[in-house]
Design a protein around this ligand. Structure first.
Ligand code: NAD
Ligand code: TYD
Length: 336
């Protein structure tokens, strides 16, 4: 493992992963391959610019020729696959885009990995493939998939293809299933950055339904360390859950953001629920912990660090919120 093609790393988690890997592995070359959709932002990779270990290629994972070109030009031996359409609400409005990027795109990369005889393919998946988990259950890696949104269904389909390439062609694959990430460069369509930036501007925090849905919000840096560990020590053909193993109600998360910012609770506004909203995700993370992984942040620490980053980096999110994001915001929230 020396030359890594990291797909989708102009986005939130992938860019954090690039910064983590650049700091930790001076001998690796990291080539970001990204289409730059609305969620892909070169600003996220600014700190890597000029680093001789780093290169950026603009391309679509569904474009086999472009993928092959990047693999050959940079003598790639490993793919770490983050690229995806990632927002559940967007998947409810435009589901086919998700199948194209998340399913077809993954298979194009698997084909490229197989035919170029790459050493390794690591796939980034999500806890949402397990579906809604009633308390007190926790999802283990061997559990059945019951995805319930177009987003999670496309991620589950992608995982099945990754496994099929491992079994059928002997491709050296691993998979991580992360819970909800929070931290720097998080596009403000997602709950935590939306609530934080709205609160900073004294705008309402739109809570879907009763706000009693539960998520395991983990710090993005901890997730990146988990991916790094599985990449280096994971068993081929296996999947690993990555999360804190602690869930929080959305309404409590919103109250904590307001408390950190010293804003009034009157900003909380209940709006119409998401259709098919998964009430709870909960992971058993003992398999990854057995490899030596420990999350460094509790939920409170992760949320504090995240809110602080948004307070200190208005240069990053203000242009997004006043620009193209506004059309999405109006479409998604006006009817609520
Ligand atoms: P994001 O939306 O912030 O970034 C996605 C990136 O993929 C963007 O840079 C975008 O330009 C790129 N992309 C999309 N379609 C592409 C295509 N066809 N070709 C090339 N690039 C393309 O997403 P994220 O939150 O960083 O998520 C990254 C990965 O992690 C996804 O696979 C997602 O399913 C998974 N995941 C996310 C979370 C989370 O909490 N955000 C949790 C678990 C797993
Ligand atoms: P989100 O960040 O979209 O992640 P996911 O749906 O993949 O878990 O949403 C996190 C939780 O917050 C989820 O239960 C939906 C809820 N939510 C709201 O209550 N209001 C919002 O405006 C958004 C975007 C999400």
């Amino acid at each position: 493992m020396k030359n890594l093609l990291i797909t989708g790393a102009a986005g939130f988690i992938g860019s954090n992963f690039v910064h983590h890997m650049l700091a930790k592995y001076p001998g690796y070359k990291l080539v970001v391959f990204d289409k730059l959709t609305y969620a892909g932002r070169l600003e996220n990779l600014k700190a890597a610019e000029g680093n001789p270990q780093f290169a950026f290629v603009r391309g679509d994972i569904c474009d086999r020729a472009a993928v092959d070109g990047a693999i050959r030009e940079h003598a790639i031996d490993t793919i770490v696959h983050f690229a995806a359409e990632s927002h559940v609400d967007q998947s409810i409005h435009s589901p086919l885009v998700f199948t194209e990027a998340n399913v077809t795109g993954t298979q194009v990369l698997l084909e490229a990995a197989r035919q170029n005889k790459l050493e390794r393919f690591h796939h980034i998946s999500t806890d949402e493939v397990y579906g809604a988990i009633p308390a007190p259950n926790r999802s283990k890696e061997g559990d059945a998939f019951e995805p319930r949104s177009p987003y999670s269904a496309s991620k589950a389909a992608a995982e099945h293809l990754v496994y099929a390439y491992h079994i059928t062609y002997g491709l050296a694959t691993t998979i991580t299933r992360g819970s909800n990430n929070i931290g720097p460069f998080h596009y403000p369509e997602k709950a935590v950055p939306l609530f934080t930036t709205n609160a900073i501007d004294d705008l309402p925090l739109p809570i879907y339904g009763d706000g009693k849905q539960m998520r395991d919000y983990q710090y993005v840096g901890d997730h990146c360390e988990g991916i790094d560990l599985v990449l280096h020590k994971g068993v081929l053909g296996e999947a690993y859950n990555v999360g804190t193993g602690v869930e929080t109600y959305n309404i409590d998360m919103a109250h904590k953001i307001l408390a950190i910012l010293g804003k009034p609770t009157s900003l909380i506004t209940h709006v119409a629920d998401r259709v098919g909203h998964d009430r709870r995700y909960a992971l058993d993370v003992s398999k990854l912990k057995a490899l030596g992984w420990v999350p460094r942040h509790t939920f409170d620490q992760a949320l504090e660090a995240t809110v602080k980053w948004f307070v200190e980096n208005e240069w990053w999110w203000r242009p997004i919120k006043s620009g193209e994001f506004k059309a999405w915001y109006d479409k998604n929230y006006a009817a609520r």
